[in-house]
Design a binder for this molecule. Structure first.
Ligand code: SF4
Length: 180
């Protein structure tokens, strides 16, 4: 019978009956495979996300079938759709209510750059109001692209230092958005 590999183990020392590795790697592995996303979906890209959640693409394979509609119980903010300027402060409030550590995935041309809506009322990219970790291009991106974006987030989560959120660099990034 073929061996079932659920996920790759981190680098470490291995011998008969023992395996030793860094605490940070174990925490990264656990976090990366149990992400709780908050879907902030405002238009067509949100429909593409629903397909990603469906049985054909099955986002549950990544340990993330539990959507969080409360920012306080979410660690990945997925922004999908056109964000109007009026919506900007609300998006930012949702981001601020999420506890650290948190990550942001911007899905589709509208969320990344305003897309085709180069108009007075549309925010020209959510990174005008909150920091973004991974951008997924496309109008709309296919479910495979959304999954690829999530896997890039998983790479970041897995390798992130436990102390990153306390670094000067991270504080400076938040300060540049006037977030304390
Ligand atoms: S990027 Fe395209 S598909 Fe996605 S919300 Fe904008 S217009 Fe709709």
């Amino acid at each position: 019978m073929a061996e079932l590999t659920v996920t790759q183990k981190p680098q470490g020392l291995e011998g008969e009956g023992f395996f030793a590795t860094k605490l940070g790697d174990v925490i990264g592995l656990a976090r990366a495979n149990s992400i709780w996303p908050l879907p902030f979906a405002t238009s067509c890209c949100g429909i593409e996300f629903m397909a990603t959640m469906g049985s054909n693409y099955d986002l549950a394979r990544f340990g993330m079938e539990r959507m969080s509609f409360s920012p306080r119980q979410a660690d990945l903010l997925m922004v999908m759709g056109t964000i109007s300027k009026k919506m900007g402060p609300i998006l930012r409030q949702v981001y601020e209510q999420m506890a650290e550590p948190k990550w942001v995935l911007s899905v589709g041309a509208c969320a990344c750059s305003g897309g085709i809506f180069d108009s007075y009322s549309v925010l020209q990219g959510i990174d005008k109001v909150i920091p973004v970790d991974v951008y997924v291009p496309g109008c709309p991106p296919r479910p495979e692209q959304i999954i690829d974006g999530i896997m890039r987030i998983q790479d970041l989560v897995k390798d992130e230092s436990l102390r990153r959120r306390y670094t000067e660099e991270y504080r400076t990034l938040l300060e540049s958005y006037n977030i304390s």
